[in-house]
Design a protein around this ligand. Structure first.
Ligand SMILES: Cc1cc2nc3c(=O)[nH]c(=O)nc-3n(C[C@H](O)[C@H](O)[C@H](O)COP(=O)(O)OP(=O)(O)OC[C@H]3O[C@@H](n4cnc5c(N)ncnc54)[C@H](O)[C@@H]3O)c2cc1C
Length: 437
């Protein structure tokens, strides 16, 4: 398959034209009508007087092609492997290779560093389309693009960008290492310590729950260089696999997204050079907050794609395959209303996701929008994938199709990159500020 990026590059350079975000149906599925998702928004803080308001889910030609191409790629290259990878709890290395070949590991990385030089929404669209087929592959791409690449692109100095971005865009997977055994929601209580040496730093401590750890060769590690300063001592470092003292201590066995690796990492007197410092000392907490705020839009996109994939799989079954009482079960109004309700919720989740992405691209405040998108999309993913199991009866419960896997996979949306309670806390804090006299 030709590289997606090679195909899209000429388009990236021309003025965008637009078309509505529609989705190519997955094979053997009921074909949804191509009505676009749309919503309205109250953009009080932007002058839109000269613009015709457009639906939030309107995609540029490049973004549309990204959606179509990733959808095809996911169905053809990933789809046949999903069940086996989940059972084996391992990511097929060929899938990772394909992701690089397709240019999906450097979506926002500028062309001068070997990336695709596309916008954030293109990454969001890709993450969503991958999740529609396999949320495990989706999170691998999500973490690599929205956390690792973004952190280096935004905070790395010229040397770090030149050293790492070409690798990350073309063949080297990355991980983002913030959480620890004793610090999850309270992320900045982390205990991994960094000590300054004459010509570098020494790291000691451990990290937990690190996505992509089995596939990664580059790890962005947050450690405290000055614990007496509390979170203001937190500093980000770039650590290479193979550095003496660095080890993967354990690979977790999980409920869902089982093909995505999640590991405990140990740092025992890991000595790294000065050039491993990412950005400035003591700025790590700012970097982490900033990339996680936008990373949450990625997780919201993952959950929206998951919900749609689960819905389409079940819709295909009830409208094409399964007959009871002499007719297709999807003919019963009791079923139809549930399918309609679920699809409406997916559309609402997608509107939140795209709105947050567009606000980020427009340089507006998007923190509350990102938190609302992640909160709501993960709730929708849980509800829709749970209902999809029921709509398929016994066939939804067995480990043959993807229904039960999507249901298991949906649970993580309410946990990583800030639990649902933490999203609620963020939303409430911002609302309180806005509504307090
Ligand atoms: C599969 C997986 C992949 C992950 N990948 C990464 C990764 O790549 N990099 C990384 O750094 N981390 C990663 N994480 C870690 C993830 O971000 C944390 O699990 C998450 O932030 C929650 O932390 P915790 O598990 O310690 O839960 P805890 O913080 O212990 O929370 C447990 C419960 O308490 C609630 N709670 C905690 N504090 C409050 C509060 N103030 N108010 C109300 N409720 C509260 C939570 O909402 C939750 O319901 C991953 C986790 C998983 C499971």
């Amino acid at each position: 398959m030709a590289s997606l990026i090679r195909a899209l590059r000429p388009l990236c350079r021309t003025a965008p034209s637009f078309r509505m975000a529609t989705r190519r149906p997955l094979p053997n599925h009921w074909t949804p009508s191509t009505h676009a998702f749309s919503t309205t928004s109250r953009r009080r803080d932007v002058d839109l007087s000269n613009l015709t308001p457009t639906p939030i889910t309107l995609l540029s030609e490049t973004e549309s092609m990204m959606a179509d191409t990733v959808s095809k790629f996911a169905q053809e290259q990933i789809g046949p492997k999903v069940r086996d990878m989940d059972e084996a709890e391992v990511m097929d290395p060929a899938v990772v290779e394909h992701l690089f070949e397709q240019g999906l590991m450097g979506i926002e990385v500028p062309e001068e560093y070997g990336g695709a030089g596309m916008n954030f929404t293109s990454a969001i669209v890709a993450i969503e389309e991958l999740a529609r087929v396999d949320p495990s592959v989706s999170v691998l791409v999500d973490v690599h693009n929205t956390l690792v690449n973004t952190a280096i692109l935004r905070y790395g100095d010229a040397q770090a960008r030149r050293t790492w971005l070409p690798k990350l865009a073309t063949g080297t997977v990355g991980s983002f290492c913030l959480s620890e055994p004793a610090s999850g929601s309270d992320a900045f209580a982390l205990q991994t310590k960094a000590e300054k040496l004459a010509d570098g730093y020494r790291l000691n401590g451990s990290k937990m729950w690190i996505t992509n750890a089995m596939e990664s060769s580059v790890f962005i590690v947050f450690a405290n260089l000055n614990p007496s300063q509390g979170y203001k001592g937190i500093t980000a470092f770039i650590v290479e696999k193979g550095t003496p003292g660095f080890s993967i201590a354990k690979k977790e066995k999980k409920l869902g997204i089982r093909a995505s690796s999640t590991c405990v990492l140990n740092f025992d007197d890991v000595v790294i050079p000065k050039s491993s410092l990412l950005g400035e000392e003591g700025q790590g907490y700012k970097y982490a907050i900033s990339v996680l705020n936008e990373g949450r839009i990625g997780i919201a996109a993952q959950m929206t794609g998951l919900a749609l994939g689960a819905w389409e799989n079940a819709a295909s079954y009830v409208w094409n395959d399964r007959r009871q009482f002499g007719q297709l079960i999807g003919n019963f109004q009791g079923m139809q209303h549930q399918l309609a309700q679920a699809y409406t919720e997916i559309a609402a989740a997608r509107a939140l996701v795209y709105n947050a992405a567009r606000k980020k691209e427009a340089g507006q405040d998007f923190v509350q929008d990102a938190a609302m998108a992640k909160l709501y999309a993960s709730q929708v993913a849980g509800r829709v994938s749970g209902s999809a199991v029921e709509w398929m009866g016994g066939m939804g419960f067995v480990r043959e199709g993807i229904a039960e896997k999507m249901f298991r996979d949906s649970k993580i949306g309410a946990i990583y990159e800030g639990t649902s309670n933490i999203q609620l806390q963020t939303i409430a804090k911002l609302l309180q500020k806005q509504y307090t006299n």
